[in-house]
Design a protein around this ligand. Structure first.
Ligand code: FAD
Ligand code: NAD
Length: 480
C-alpha cells in the first residue's frame, strides 16, 4: 500500500527541515526523507549545514580564533599566559559533539511536530510518487499531494586534483584533520578556502591558497575585498591569484601541486591539500525520466521565483536551485513554499540575502556593491565609518575594518551595506532589517543605537552618508 501525505519533503538539510517543520505547524500531514548517515553509520538530519558545513566549520573557526587571540592578542590587554597548546583531537571531538547535539535536535523537532521521517534515498516518479530505498535495503512507496525537493549540493571536483586518502581532501575532510598540517595548500580563495584556510593557519599551518581568478573575492564590494586581502596577508595567509592548477601527485605522505600563473609554471609541496572550488547541485538517482522535473543548463532544478518546478505540485528549494548556496536562503524558501501550499502568500526577498564570511575580520554584506551600482549607472552616496573610530572596538582591542553604507542619491534609500570587521556577522542583520523595511540612510541615522556598541558604526556610516558622522573628522561637511 502507498502512504499518502499532504507534503513530502526530500532532504532534511536546512531547507528541507525548515519546510517540514513549518508544514507540520500549518497542519499539513508531512513526511520528510533523508539519506544522510554520520560517521557512526546512523541517520543524521540537518544536511550539509549541520553535518559538514556551517556548524562544524564555525565550531573550528571559533576555537581557532580563541587560540589565535590567546597567542597573539591577550598580552596586549595584560593577560599573560605561557605554554598555550591546541589539543586538536579534543577540538575535533567537541566539534563532533556540537554536530551530534544539533542533528539530534533536528530529529527531535521533526518528531515533536509530528513529521513522518523516512531514513533512506528517495526517487521521484511520475504522479508525485516517491520510492524510498530505506537504509535496511527495503523499499517503500509514498505519494505526496505536494512534493518539495531539497537535496542540496556536493563539492565540485576537478581532474587535476582528485581526492586522495586524507591528503587531498574536500571541505568535509578539512573539518576532520587530527593534526595541524605543517604546509597546507588550498585550491580556491572562495568562502570555504578562506574560512578553513584561516582555521588551520591560526593553528600553525603555513597556508598557501591558489585561486584561478585574477581578482580576490569578486562578489564582495571591492573596497571590502581590498581591506580583507590586506588583513589576511598580515595574518600570513599566502593567497596567490591567477593560479591555474595543472596537476597534483602524491609523493609519500605529501602532495606535489603544479600550477601556472603569469610568471610561468610552478610546483609546491604540501602535507595536505583542500580542494574548495565550489559546489554543484545534487540530483543523483533522484529524478525518474517521467517525473516531469527539468534541470537547467548548469544542473540546478529549474524553478521560478516561487520555487515551482515544471512538474505540477512539485517544488524545489535550497542549494539544488538557482541563487546563492546559503543555508538561510534555503530555509526561507522552504518556509515560503509550504506556506503557499497552505494558502498563504509569502515571498522570498532575493534582494535582501545576507552573505557572511566568518574569517577574522569577518566580512558581511547585503544588497548591491559599489561596483555593481556603478556598472548599472546608478547615482549614489556613500557613508563609511572605520572601526578604528569606534569606542567599543577600541575597548575590545579589535579595530580592523569599516562599515560602508550606499544610498540612492535621489531617494536616500539604502542600496547596499558592506562590512568588514569583528562580529559583523551579527551586525549585518541590522542592515538586512533596514533594507527589508526599505529604509533610507536617514531612517537609520535617526534611530537610537546603544552605546558603546559596534552597532554604532552602522549608525555612524548612515550619518556619514550626508556628512554628519560624529566620530570622524570630515573637512568638508554638507550643510543640512
Ligand atoms: P543540504 O544541506 O545539502 O541537504 C540536503 C539533504 O538532502 C542532505 O541531508 C542529503 O542527505 C539529502 N538528500 C540528497 N539526495 C537525497 C535523496 N535522493 N533522498 C533522500 N535524501 C537526499 N551556508 C551558510 O549560510 N552559512 C555558513 O556559514 C555556511 N558554511 C558552510 C561551510 C561549509 C564547509 C560548507 C560545505 C557549506 C557551508 N554553507 C554555509 C552552505 C550550506 O551548508 C548550504 O547552503 C546548505 O546546507 C544547503 O541546504 P540544503 O537544505 O539546500 O541542502
Ligand atoms: P566559492 O564559489 O565560494 O569559491 C570557489 C573559489 O574557487 C572561487 O574563487 C573560484 O574562482 C575558485 N576556483 C574555481 N575553480 C578553480 C580552480 N580550478 N583552481 C583554482 N581556483 C578555482 O565556493 P566554495 O568556497 O567551495 O563554497 C561553496 C559554497 O558553499 C559557496 O557557494 C558558499 O555559498 C557556500 N558556503 C558558504 C559559507 C558561508 O556562508 N560563510 C561558508 C562556506 C561555504
Amino acid at each position: 500500500m502507498t502512504d499518502q501525505f499532504d507534503v513530502v519533503i526530500i532532504g532534511a538539510g536546512p531547507a528541507g527541515y525548515h519546510a517540514a517543520i513549518r508544514a507540520a505547524q500549518l497542519g499539513l500531514n508531512t513526511a520528510c526523507i533523508d539519506k544522510w548517515v554520520n560517521k557512526q553509520g546512523k541517520p543524521a538530519y540537518g544536511g550539509t549545514c549541520l553535518n559538514v558545513g556551517c556548524i562544524p566549520s564555525k565550531t573550528l573557526l571559533d576555537a581557532s580564533h580563541k587560540f589565535a587571540e590567546a597567542n597573539h592578542g591577550f598580552a596586549d590587554i595584560g593577560i599573560n599566559i605561557k605554554g598555550i597548546e591546541m589539543d586538536v583531537p579534543k577540538m575535533m571531538a567537541r566539534k563532533d559533539e556540537v554536530v551530534a547535539n544539533l542533528t539530534k535536535g533536528v530529529a527531535g523537532l521533526l518528531k515533536a511536530n509530528g513529521v513522518a521521517v523516512f531514513d533512506g534515498a528517495a526517487k521521484l516518479n511520475a504522479g508525485r510518487n516517491i520510492e524510498i530505498t530505506l537504509h535496511d535495503g527495503s523499499v517503500k512507496s509514498i505519494t505526496g499531494e505536494h512534493v518539495v525537493i531539497a537535496t542540496g549540493s556536493v563539492p565540485v571536483s576537478i581532474p587535476p586534483c582528485q581526492l586522495a586518502e586524507d591528503i587531498i581532501v574536500d571541505s568535509s575532510g578539512a573539518l576532520d584533520f587530527q593534526t595541524v598540517p605543517e604546509r597546507l595548500g588550498v585550491v580556491g580563495a572562495g568562502v570555504i578556502g578562506l574560512e578553513l584556510g584561516s582555521v588551520w593557519q591560526r593553528l600553525g599551518s603555513e597556508v598557501v591558497v591558489l585561486e584561478a581568478l585574477e581578482e580576490f573575492l569578486p562578489m564582495a564590494d571591492k573596497q571590502v575585498a581590498k581591506e580583507a586581502a590586506k588583513q589576511f596577508k598580515k595574518q600570513g595567509l599566502d593567497i596567490r591569484l591567477g593560479a591555474r592548477l595543472t596537476g597534483s601527485e602524491l609523493k609519500g605522505q605529501k602532495v606535489e601541486v603544479s600550477y601556472s600563473d603569469a610568471e610561468g609554471d610552478k610546483t609546491e609541496i604540501f602535507d595536505r591539500l583542500i580542494v574548495a572550488i565550489g559546489r554543484r547541485p545534487y540530483t543523483e538517482n533522484l529524478l525518474a525520466a517521467d517525473c516531469g522535473v527539468d534541470l537547467d543548463e548548469r544542473g540546478f532544478i529549474y524553478v521560478n521565483d516561487l520555487c515551482v518546478t515544471n512538474a505540477p505540485g512539485v517544488y524545489a528549494i535550497g542549494d539544488v536551485v538557482r541563487g546563492p548556496m546559503l543555508a538561510h536562503k534555503g530555509m526561507e524558501e522552504g518556509v515560503m513554499v509550504v506556506e503557499r501550499i497552505a494558502g498563504k502568500k509569502p515571498l522570498v526577498n532575493y534582494d535582501c540575502v545576507p552573505a557572511v564570511i566568518y574569517t577574522h575580520p569577518e566580512i558581511a554584506w547585503v544588497g548591491k556593491t559599489e561596483q555593481e551600482l556603478k556598472a548599472a549607472g546608478d547615482v549614489f552616496n556613500i557613508g563609511l565609518f572605520p572601526m578604528v573610530a569606534s569606542g567599543r572596538a577600541m575597548a575590545a582591542n579589535d579595530t580592523v575594518g569599516f562599515i560602508k553604507l550606499i544610498a540612492d542619491a535621489e531617494t536616500d534609500r539604502i542600496l547596499g551595506i558592506h562590512m568588514v570587521g569583528a562580529h559583523v556577522s551579527e551586525l549585518i542583520s541590522e542592515a538586512v532589517i533596514a533594507m527589508e523595511f526599505a529604509s533610507s540612510a536617514e531612517d537609520l541615522a535617526l534611530t537610537m543605537f546603544a552605546h558603546p556598541t559596534l552597532s554604532e558604526a552602522l549608525h555612524e556610516a548612515a550619518l556619514a552618508v550626508s556628512g554628519h558622522a560624529i566620530h570622524i573628522a570630515t573637512r568638508k561637511r554638507k550643510k543640512k
